[in-house]
Design a protein around this ligand. Structure first.
Ligand code: ZN
Length: 473
């Protein structure tokens, strides 16, 4: 029924031809029976998806521990709460270079059972996809990192640096059980020069891989509230000072505002390269973005049609909660709106609030920034490092696509590692761009990953880790 997903392992010459400068000679591909490994990878991937980890990661942690220990890899299970364990494992290198960390998170977001065609923890294979919660986010990275450890161990890979593996708990909605705990209590065990985590991936359109993204920086959540105040009174005598009316006005102004566009190295490269791989109309649009005479019209187009792209252009504001009033015949004296502000990493927030104040232009409305600025993002990682080059070469080799550096608009766990000096790159498996609108994306009502992504993502992961960590001689 199932076609073999992989062509045989690439000959070394092919890899060299696509720019993988250094192979790991002793992670000899010949030692690996890829069709067999791919079947094993699919089984492990399905097993991970079949373990419900919406409330506790214990089942996944046990599975990962058992799989690694069966290969003779030493594993430590560490937890702030025994029901929320993390797994750390390490394969030693010769210490010439600092360690390389590979990680995936073991929890998933919750499910609404009524929305699923195939049971959410069945990992059903149908029509070229694997269905289930976590198939994309993030059991795709978790299985690939785990299988890479298995293969490094089995092939007795000679490494210039340790490869550290982390199966991380509690990524979805708070990091207290996962990366926050690991960074504060177990940092020496996970400290690395560079790391791979989630946040990028290969975009397929019409079933064909078009380009890959690597997340190299991310925006910083930095919320605020708008508070409107006015005289309270009897609802039968409307006032021009009505706090709700002032707030509504301010919310509309700020929501439709086009904040100043500012590109950085990552986003500039992203749009330049995106233009190269896009259809002509889209390509023209991305180029026009940089043309002062045409930029405003493109931004308006993106605001309406491509909100995710639009958000990369500037610090963004989304009003997400609105509160005011308590009785239908009482004019309230106060109304508030909660804003989700996602700041460019180098945004000067006091100056940005000042701009907002000018846009709102209403003394009855106060901007109250959140006390803390949320997570600290850390500096962007280099897009000319050896690790980035290895990622580019691996994507090219496995999928035949170019790599675009990406600024994530959402926050990830990498924001906790980058400030500690770990050069984190966000990667991911191939998924269908169309699936986001069809409701099969990460966090959607249903979730699925193309079946062929299982073998290809492992290939990509293996190639990257062996080029970054393999012994060079
Ligand atoms: Zn995730």
């Amino acid at each position: 029924m199932r076609k073999p997903l992989l062509t045989p392992w690439f000959p070394a010459a092919a890899l060299l031809a696509v720019g993988v400068s250094v192979l790991a000679p002793n992670t000899s591909a010949q030692q690996i029976d890829w069709p067999k490994v791919n079947d094993e990878a699919m089984r492990n991937y399905q097993s991970l998806v079949q373990i419900d980890s919406t409330a506790t990661e214990a089942g996944v942690a046990q599975f990962v521990k058992k799989t690694l220990e069966a290969e003779g890899i030493q594993v430590s299970m560490v937890a702030r709460d025994p029901a929320r364990p993390n797994i750390i494992a390490r394969i030693k290198g010769n210490g010439t270079k600092k360690p390389f960390l590979i990680m995936g998170h073991s929890d998933t977001v919750k499910i609404d059972l009524s929305k699923w065609t195939f049971p959410p923890f069945s990992a059903t294979r149908s029509g070229g996809y694997v269905y289930g919660r976590g198939t994309l986010d993030d059991k795709s990275n978790l299985f690939a990192a785990m299988m890479t450890m298995v293969l490094l161990q089995r092939t007795h890979a000679r490494l210039d640096r340790d490869v550290i593996f982390v199966s991380e708990a509690g990524e979805e909605g708070g990091s207290n059980m996962g990366i926050g705990y690991l960074v504060s209590e177990h940092f020496p065990e996970i400290e690395a020069e560079a790391c791979l985590a989630e946040g990028g991936g290969v975009i397929r359109r019409g079933g064909v891989a078009r380009f890959a993204t690597v997340q190299t920086m991310e925006k910083i959540p930095s919320g605020a509230r708008l508070v409107a105040r006015g005289p309270s009174g009897h609802g039968s005598r409307p006032t021009r000072g009505n706090a709700i009316a002032h707030l509504s006005d301010a919310v509309a102004k700020i929501a439709y505002w086009d904040p100043p566009m500012r590109l950085n190295d990552t986003t500039r490269t992203y749009f330049e390269k995106l233009a190269q791989v896009s259809e002509p109309a889209d390509a023209a649009r991305f180029r026009d973005l940089l043309d002062p005479a045409r930029s405003a019209a493109v931004r308006e187009y993106l605001a309406i049609n491509e909100p995710a792209t639009y958000s990369m252009l500037h610090t963004s504001i989304s009003p997400n909660i609105i509160q005011g009033g308590f009785q239908s015949n009482v004019i309230p004296s106060e109304a508030t709106a909660t804003l989700d502000i996602r700041a460019l990493p180098d945004e000067n927030m006091p100056a940005f609030y000042e701009l907002m104040r000018k846009v709102i232009n209403d003394p009855a409305v106060e901007i109250v920034p959140n006390a803390s600025r949320g997570r600290v993002a850390g500096p962007p990682v280099s897009i000319s490092s050896d690790v980035y080059k290895a990622l580019e070469a691996s994507f090219k080799s496995v999928y035949g696509v170019p790599t675009l550096p990406l600024m994530g608009t959402g926050a990830t766990d990498m924001s906790q590692l980058r400030p500690r000096g770990v050069q984190c790159y966000g990667v991911g498996a191939a998924r269908d761009d169309e699936d986001v609108l069809k409701g099969f994306g990460a966090h959607s009502d249903q979730e699925r990953m193309p079946e062929e992504s299982v073998a290809k993502h492992l290939q990509f992961y293996w190639l990257t880790v062996t080029s970054v960590a393999g012994a060079k001689f």
